[in-house]
Design a protein around this ligand. Structure first.
Ligand code: ADP
Ligand code: GLC
Length: 480
């Protein structure tokens, strides 16, 4: 049995901005199911949605800050969650990273440095908890200082092994050089083979340079980040560390299951696919779209940012809205995308429904009710919605990149014939190709038997966390 401290800046259903929160909920549970002793550690943001009892476990000092460690559990399991409480850093009402108008908090480096230092105290059994980690599993730049600072304690017999998972190379935690002295980082960490990055400091580099093992969330993205295009200047270091870098695809949580989902209008399974249509009409009715069982409903649920190819979709919307389809979009993000989408939705209220904001319940109804899910991402480390979609017989249209390439099988004559087709894929990053691919889906939709076969193939895919958790466990066990 391994003692694993899972260090994360988001955790569904307590606080979520993206897929990291889903992974932070599901992977620890899946590891606990294999008999590991897993604790999750997270900042005690004011916005946390806590549903279980919270207890004070210990109080300790990080620099001039007094930190309280609180304990609770994941809502639907007994996995322990430790919350690092420091109101001067985590007491703001909003999002973990940005204020209400979308600007990063000025003191993000100090906030996450304190979080990392607190995680180290916990991992090394210096927080009065009578628990010591064998493995510290860190996620994204917010936790990058953990492997970096632990590298200074390698002589200590309590020093745990470290794993650093990259969920997205595009967010690097880059700060100006002055940050290093503000954070009181020792000079030996600031060399070019350490945190230094073109006269700045890069917190993601702390994870990549110092962790014992590096993972990212799909095999294809593990290759992608070793290229100039998607390595963001760190491709050289990633190539250098290639032997310690693996891609492990995320799984999906049991919450996303049309047979048991309580948030949808009508449960269904691969054996009762005809019941899916009740969700389609419920979705149309909820969004004030004309009720029509036969029209192809396209959907998208996403952060509205460039990564997700929202501009590619916007560029083909004028032609798309001339096709016999309805479009359902749920998302929030960059104001320019929100405004442009709003303009289309206002002009075409009978064809397009836009919901700006974050809405878990609607997300489930969309997955259950739509026919097609769009993910024209420029890059995608893993992506979860294309897997949720397949589980709900909602065929994904994805760009051939990262985790999308690893989880969707394009519908072609041969994949139709051998029953492996699960969606539609395109290579080029442009609106014309997306539109052509949507037309391909529309064509197949005209052949209900073939469509249902692809739905069945998709619904039968195994995206369980069990498989991925076994790969992480294997990795933990093989760190020397
Ligand atoms: P990323 O982490 O890059 O945003 P993922 O596909 O890994 O992309 O995960 C996104 C997660 O966030 C999914 O669970 C998706 O359903 C959810 N999500 C994104 N935007 C919204 C929204 N506006 N409302 C509800 N859920 C959303
Ligand atoms: C990131 C990526 C997404 C991935 C998620 C969880 O947010 O953008 O592709 O699914 O992390 O690993």
């Amino acid at each position: 049995m391994k003692k694993i401290l899972f260090v994360t800046s988001e955790l569904h259903p307590l606080i979520k901005t993206g897929g990291l929160a889903d992974v932070s909920n599901s992977l620890p549970k899946a590891l606990a199911d294999t008999g590991q002793d897993v604790k999750v550690i997270l900042p005690n943001y004011r916005a946390l949605k806590l549903t279980r009892n919270v207890q004070l476990r210990s109080t300790f000092q990080i620099g001039s800050h007094s930190v309280q460690l609180l304990e609770t559990q994941l809502p639907d399991s007994n996995v322990t969650v430790w919350l690092v409480d420091c109101p001067e850093y985590f007491g703001m009402a909003g999002n973990p990273y940005v204020d209400s108008v979308g600007n990063s908090y000025q003191n993000n480096p100090e906030r996450f440095a304190l979080f990392c230092r607190a995680a180290i105290e916990v991992a090394m059994n210096r927080a009065d908890l009578d628990w010591k980690a064998d493995i510290v599993h860190c996620n994204d730049w917010q936790t990058g200082l953990v492997p970096a600072l632990l590298s200074l304690e390698l002589e200590n017999e309590f020093c745990p092994k470290t794993v650093f998972t990259i969920h997205n190379m595009a967010y690097q935690g880059l700060f100006n050089g002055l940050t290093a002295s503000m954070l009181q980082l020792p000079a030996e960490l600031l060399l070019p083979d350490g945190l230094e990055f073109y006269s700045k400091i890069s917190l993601i580099k702390g994870g990549i340079a110092y962790a014992d093992k590096i993972t990212t969330v799909s095999p294809t993205y593990a290759q992608d980040i070793q290229t100039h295009e998607l390595g963001y200047g760190l491709e050289g270091l990633l190539i250098y560390r290639n032997d310690d870098l693996t891609g492990i695809i995320n799984g999906i949580d049991d919450d996303w299951n049309p047979e048991t989902d309580t948030l949808i209008a009508q449960k269904f399974s691969v054996n009762s696919l005809h019941d899916k249509v009740t969700n389609k009409t419920a979705l149309q009715s909820r969004l004030n779209l004309p009720i029509n069982e036969n029209v192809l409903v396209l959907s998208l649920i996403s952060r509205l940012v460039e990564q997700k190819g929202i501009d590619i979709l916007l560029d083909c919307l004028p032609q798309l809205l001339n096709l016999p389809v309805q479009i359902v979009i749920l998302g929030s993000g960059e104001k320019i995308f929100e405004q442009d989408l709003k303009q289309f939705a206002t002009t075409y209220p009978h064809k397009m429904a836009l919901t700006l904001g974050y809405d878990e319940t609607l997300a489930h109804l969309i997955e259950a009710g739509a026919d097609v899910f769009l993910m024209p991402s420029r890059f995608e480390p893993c992506g979860l919605n294309q897997m949720y979609s397949q589980r709900y017989g909602t065929l994904p249209i994805v760009r051939n990149t990262g985790g999308l390439a690893d989880t969707v099988v394009d519908t072609l004559p041969n994949t139709l014939a051998d029953k492996t087709a699960t969606g539609f894929m395109f290579d080029e990053e442009n609106a014309g190709t997306l539109l052509e691919t949507i037309k391909r889906a529309l064509l197949l939709y005209g052949f209900p038997e073939a469509w249902q076969q692809v739905q069945t193939n998709a619904m039968n895919c195994d995206f369980s966390w069990k498989r991925s958790a076994a790969q992480y466990l294997d990795l933990y066990e093989n760190i020397d």
